[in-house]
Ligand binder design. Structure first.
Ligand SMILES: [Zn+2]
Length: 109
């Protein structure tokens, strides 16, 4: 894959994440929450909100990596680990084009 293709992929991913994050940031539909007799339902809504926060956190982390990977393209350091400076590896970059750390350092994060 050429660096131009990588850049196009990363830019597309960034747009995708921003769109998804904008969706999860929307306030919950108040009409959907009924403060009725069933406490169980309120609990499941609370849990859903928690799950949403987790997803949002993960998206934010991925977004930071995508932004960093784009920076690395500019710096000509794309494909090298931000921690140890070693090669991230073709296979890993193919699976995760916004990887900015090698497998070992990503595991330590
Ligand atoms: Zn490393």
């Amino acid at each position: 894959m050429s660096m131009d293709e990588v850049r196009a992929n990363l830019t597309a991913k960034l747009t995708e994440i921003d769109a998804e994050m904008a969706q999860t940031e929307q306030p919950p539909d108040q009409g959907a929450i009924s403060f009725g007799k069933r406490i169980g339902e309120g609990t499941s809504i609370a849990i859903d909100r928690f799950a949403q926060v987790g997803v949002h956190d993960r998206m934010q982390r991925t977004r930071a990596d995508v932004v960093r990977a784009l920076e690395k393209l500019d710096e000509d350091s794309y494909g090298t680990c931000d921690v140890c400076g070693g090669a991230i590896g073709e296979g890993r970059l193919e699976a995760l084009p916004w990887a900015v750390l090698c497998v070992e350092d990503a595991g330590r994060r």
